[in-house]
Design a protein around this ligand. Structure first.
Ligand SMILES: [Ca+2]
Ligand SMILES: [Ca+2]
Ligand SMILES: [Ca+2]
Length: 131
């Protein structure tokens, strides 16, 4: 599928939750909550692994220990937020650099992440790996 077809899949709606834009802070909070499947205030290495497989190439490329700043064996929400804020992850999506993501920005950013060989098309293999 190409970007146009991808735009109709409404993946962005999940992030926007009925709003027209999502701020960087909301984006970090939401992504933490998605990865933190048991609802406590920390990410275990298992949650990290599953989250990395499901959600983003960015997280997949990061070592768990790198986000565990105080090296206590768990990634707290504070550690996650500050590591994400210090990364270029959000700005990679935020094309006009206003610290908010619109539906188009989310769709384009996700598409780019999924399109691992950058040919402008998602084949089934690339798409299935994410969902
Ligand atoms: Ca957890
Ligand atoms: Ca920690
Ligand atoms: Ca923006």
């Amino acid at each position: 599928m190409n970007l146009k077809a991808f735009n109709t899949t409404d993946r962005a709606e999940e992030w926007l939750d009925g709003q027209s834009q999502i701020t960087n802070v909301d984006f970090y909070i939401k992504s933490f909550d998605k990865i933190n499947t048991n609802g406590d205030d920390k990410l275990s290495s298992q949650e990290w692994k599953v989250g990395a497989t499901r959600y983003t190439n960015y997280i997949r490329s990061k070592d768990y220990n790198e986000f565990d700043t105080d090296k206590n064996g768990a990634i707290s929400s504070a550690e996650y937020y500050s590591n994400m804020a210090n990364s270029n992850y959000f700005s990679g999506y935020d094309m006009n650099h206003d610290n908010k993501l619109t539906k188009d920005e989310i769709n384009q950013g996700m598409f780019k992440e999924f399109d691992k060989n950058n040919d402008g098309t998602l084949d089934e293999n690339e798409f299935d790996r994410e969902y």
